[in-house]
Design a binder for this molecule. Sequence first.
Ligand code: SF4
Length: 436
Amino acid sequence: MTAAPKISFVSLGCPKALVDSERIITRLRAEGYDLSRTHQGADLVLVNTCGFLDSAKAESLAAIGDALKDNGRVIVTGCMGAEPEQIRAVHPSVLAISGPQQYESVLAAVHEAVPPQHKPFLDLVPPQGIKLTPRHYAYLKISEGCNNRCTFCIIPKLRGDLVSRPLGEVMVEAEKLVAAGVKEIMVISQDTSAYGVDVKYAESRWRDRNWRTKFLDLAQALGELGVWVRMQYVYPYPHVDEVIPLMAAGKILPYIDIPFQHAHPDVLRRMKRPAHQEKTAERIRRWRDMCPDLTIRSTFITGFPGETEEEFQFLLDWLDEVGLDRVGCFKYEPVAGATSNDLPDHVAPEVMDRRWHRFMKKQAEISAKRLKRKVGTRQQVMVDELGTTVVKARSKGDAPEIDGAVYIHTKRKLQLGEFVTVKIDRATEYDLHASL
Ligand code: SF4
């Protein structure tokens, strides 16, 4: 028997791109391809690119360059593949280019470059597919594309309008993940609360009953699986209020990731953000009344075109007022093709820089204050990384990769993915330290 063809895979970009990579790898493994840890010695390199920001494009082009240097046979897919001429201009020798979710084209290109060997007894893959995340947590992609047209974003151009997967199909995938040992499911999409709008919330079957393809039904169904369920990329549409009681009841995690991007109504209007309204602070207060343990995560942009000092100060005051738990902040980047580039009064880089530092300083104070409230409490955490005297874990309020961590000081042997209850001893700006 000859050795299976080997593919070296590079996955760049956001969790949505990661899920695309997992799908492609699952298919490749099912067809008998092996994965290679290095470009050297592989039969082919597949690069799943990100094209969201210019800095991500530069990273994608560099990764393609490395693959060409180390191997020479390279196929490119993913968001940047939607603009093949940009890739060809720098790397004319790539074998094939396809855009995001063009699974069939990317597989066809792989077949042409390195034909598969059919080995029915070796081609088995685990039923949950191949996951690139650690075994105890996984991303669950519920839809693709986006119906919004935020002026700074080109994702709808790259990925098209919203296409939701039927709830029954999503739940079968979720069940397989749980059966394979996954303890935490992170729900992702471009706009999670818009789930099902494109199919008019059509019903589908799961566990002998009909469910609407809708955010609330999805949260209820996932809540039946008995694992941690974390909702990401939620916009504050009115029906989000209905999901908060499920968080309070412990069905899904009391955690919500809402990319607000700004607080000033005029900036939000220029951004064309979905579901923005002036009463957000009041709603957040109501959510916290319903679910006091709720962790709210968000991201913001400073220096959006036309942002005045007054608008920026409004954002800082708003942050003070609502006290979000976890916050990321980006400086505005004029992504090629984004309509916001045509807006007047772009903010000077040094002003943007100063505002970014002021924002981060403010948020560090807020975050430290909010985390301090947890000192002395007992929290259930999940073990993410082992160590001899310090174990890295996460509480219900921490998403992997993006949020802080809970460091458990212990010599006890713990397992990856194990749930333990710890006592929080102290807090820093972003992390907690605990003992068993
Ligand atoms: S909601 Fe806005 S920022 Fe998010 S993907 Fe859609 S258009 Fe882009």
